[in-house]
Design a protein around this ligand. Structure first.
Ligand SMILES: [Zn+2]
Length: 142
């Protein structure tokens, strides 16, 4: 098979395939829908193009794959081979995530990162999403 796509481009494609419209993100979206929340997807005008956006609540959710975003969990470990390639790359991803979150917060957005490894336990995930989305409302009501 001939591959006319550069390794860097290929890696970008793969990261999209893994994070958009598949796996963990769909788990979160389905659960949000079941909980009655309405949202927009992938708003490109916002830093980092957040996966799930609640415009009126001014809240966004990123759903991150543990590997690509270098989560501190057992799924987030860098491969043992070619570390000179992977370590700076994964570190850059992590730095970019932190920059995007800082930019969004500076503009008044609340940001929640849901990690892939947190999407297995639906009950805990539902509680986390509800606390994030309705937390302010509950605080105000008191
Ligand atoms: Zn993780």
């Amino acid at each position: 098979m001939t591959d006319r796509v550069s390794p860097e481009r290929r890696s970008k494609i793969m990261s999209r395939v893994r994070t958009k419209d598949t796996g963990p993100e769909m788990v979160v979206r389905k659960l949000l829908h079941r909980l009655g929340y309405r949202y927009r997807l992938h708003r490109r005008d916002l830093a980092g193009c957040p996966d799930i956006v609640f415009s009126s609540r001014r809240k966004v959710i990123f759903v991150h794959g543990c590997f690509w975003h270098a989560h501190h969990c057992r799924y987030g470990r860098a491969p043992r081979s070619r570390q000179e390639y992977w370590l700076p790359k994964l570190r850059r991803n992590r730095e970019r995530d932190a920059e995007n979150i800082a930019r969004l917060r500076a503009l008044g957005w609340d940001v929640l990162t849901v990690w892939q490894c947190q999407t297995g336990d639906k009950e805990a995930l539902g509680a986390m999403l509800t606390a994030f989305l309705d937390g302010e409302v509950i605080r105000r009501a008191r």
